[in-house]
Design a protein around this ligand. Structure first.
Ligand code: XIL
Length: 299
């Protein structure tokens, strides 16, 4: 193939990008999106503060703009994210206990029902584990509602949209030897053993000097896949955008049958949440960087 999406499709994978609704009127941005990608993740527009800014008042305008743009052009959508400690609206930040648990479940039910049938995979729960060597859950208002909040979230999502793949998504879960990776592995293993609905694991894969691309990345992908879930690389960016490293990430995914797609976290470097790291595949003018060829040659 001559584009990321078409080449990935030849290998039975998708190639996606995080998209911001307010940029869809930028013809350079949208031109690249429409030409190269066949999966879209709303960068912020499906987060809790965006979709339920006031309790029980749902707001889907910006998310719909992205979903409609994608689906009308044959691209699929990753939903991001139904339950997360961050980017919560103020009303939710101020809640706790069983009231918060109910509010979380209501949010999941409402949003996943609204988009039922339109989402390829949902990041049901994002970033629920702590950094460092503990392997513990991250402390958050959601965690304090009880350790079973993650499985409750997945059950609610399955009931609301039975056709969507349900993912657990996190960062710093790329290195197989890290405690956080092992902790997520045990969560997925436990869910599979007990029949809690889970279909995929998302590895954000934000690589930089502090958390570099690990040489055992392929082991991580294949180990999760061996639990009987798909593995998706959900927010890929690489500080400095080495063509070799981008190519290696792609090769690792292609080497694992159940690694079924990659998403880069933005289009041009200037679109990146870490723009100063110039971590993406297109430069600020929309031109292809060497990393683009690194990816295309590996696909
Ligand atoms: C980031 C967005 O890119 C920024 O625009 C926003 O200000 C903060 O969130 N992990 C995630 C993503 O799961 O939702 C985050 O996106 C990046 C880290």
């Amino acid at each position: 193939g001559t584009t990321l999406g078409a080449s990935a499709a030849e290998k039975g994978r998708y190639f996606g990008a995080a998209v911001a609704a307010y940029k869809l009127g930028d013809s350079v941005y949208t031109g690249i999106l429409n030409r190269e990608f066949n999966m879209v993740t709303p960068e912020n527009e499906m987060k809790i503060d965006a979709t339920e800014p006031n309790r029980n008042q749902f707001s889907y305008g910006n998310a719909d703009r992205i979903v409609n743009h994608a689906r009308s052009r044959g691209m699929r959508v990753r939903g991001h994210t139904l339950a997360w400690h961050s980017q919560q609206p103020g009303w939710m930040q101020n809640m706790s206990g069983s009231a918060l648990r109910q509010a979380m479940l209501n949010h999941i039910t409402q949003v996943a029902t609204y988009y039922r049938g339109k989402i390829y995979s949902w990041d049901v729960v994002n970033e629920a584990f702590a950094d460092g060597n503990s392997g513990a859950r991250r402390d958050s208002n959601l965690q304090r509602t009880g350790n079973d909040w993650i499985e409750a979230a997945f059950r609610a999502a399955r009931a609301a949209d039975p056709g969507a793949k349900l993912c657990y998504n996190d960062y710093n879960t790329d290195n197989w030897s890290h405690a956080k990776t092992q902790a997520v592995y045990r969560l997925v293993q436990d869910f599979k053993n007990r029949g809690v609905p889970i279909d995929c694991v998302g590895l954000q894969s934000h690589f930089n000097n502090n958390s570099p691309y690990p040489s055992n990345y392929r082991t991580t992908l294949s180990s999760f896949a061996a639990l009987g879930v798909d593995v998706q690389i959900t927010e890929l960016d690489i500080q400095g955008a080495s063509a070799t490293t981008y190519g290696n990430v792609v090769k690792d995914c292609l080497a694992v049958a159940r690694c079924n797609g990659l998403t880069v976290w933005g289009i041009r470097d200037s679109d990146s949440w870490r723009a100063s790291q110039t971590p993406l595949l297109f430069n600020n003018s929309g031109g292809k960087k060497p990393a683009y060829d690194g990816v295309l040659n590996a696909l």
